[in-house]
Design a protein around this ligand. Structure first.
Ligand code: DX5
Ligand code: ZN
Length: 223
């Protein structure tokens, strides 16, 4: 069964010149956690932020979970740096590590929750072997690297497949979706089995964060 719904704004679409205030604002507006996209201009063709920014958000006073999405290759040293910088969840791509099981164990050994991220072209079956190492399975519904892309429709089939895999396992693994999630499609995404929703541009481009987060949660819950 899906767990309680979590809305995780991706600060990739926030105003980076006032990042602390943007996090405060979305959390006050009802968001459950902050999604931090870490890109290295190598695994993905874009460059964002490192562990100093995660630490800065903690120092600023963000106490909500920080959901760190690592699009970085190789990944192990960056896992250590983000665990030390206050990450709550750390999610990694299987293509970005030579030893997936070892990297996932490292995340939990450092006291964080471990996530596995599947790109649109990566089959759900990749998760099967390592399910017992996971707290979260993230289905990318766009190709990683940029905010504001369109939701890839076949992601709904992947979410259904991932939901069945998690339910059959009996494990308490969150099913997260990332990319192109909006007010108009979040109910389809929730119906396909997601319980954790990364939303970037649809929140930060909206004039009223509380209104859009409320509408997202309401639509996701109506399933
Ligand atoms: C893409 C990132 C996403 C992205 C989501 O690589 O992982 O978190 O920022 O943004 P939207 O919701 O605008 O697709
Ligand atoms: Zn992300």
């Amino acid at each position: 069964m899906a767990q309680e719904i979590l809305i995780a704004p991706s600060v990739l679409s926030a105003n980076f010149a006032r990042l602390g205030a943007e996090c405060d604002d979305v959390l006050l507006a009802g968001a459950d956690m902050i999604h931090l996209d870490v890109m290295d201009n190598h695994y993905v063709p874009n460059l964002t932020v490192g562990p100093m920014v995660c630490q800065a958000l903690r120092d600023h006073g963000v106490t909500a979970p920080i959901d760190v999405h690592l699009m970085v290759e190789p990944v192990d040293a960056t896992i250590e740096a983000f665990a030390a910088a206050g990450a709550s969840f750390i999610s990694i791509h299987p293509e970005a590590t030579r030893h997936l099981d070892r990297s996932l164990q490292l995340i939990r050994d450092l006291g964080c929750k471990a996530g596995l991220v599947l790109n649109p072209g990566t089959p759900v079956s990749v998760a099967r072997q390592v399910l017992s190492r996971l707290d979260l399975l993230l289905i990318m519904s766009v190709n990683p690297g940029f905010g504001g892309q369109a939701f890839i429709p076949y992601s709904l089939d992947k979410l259904r497949e991932a939901r069945a895999l998690i339910d059959d396992s009996g494990l308490a693994i969150r099913l997260e979706v990332d990319g192109g999630v909006k007010v108009h499609n979040i109910s389809d995404v929730a119906r396909a089995g997601a319980d954790t929703f990364v939303v970037g541009s649809a929140i930060f481009n909206a004039p009223d964060y509380q209104e859009v987060i409320g509408r997202l949660r309401e639509s996701a819950q109506q399933v």
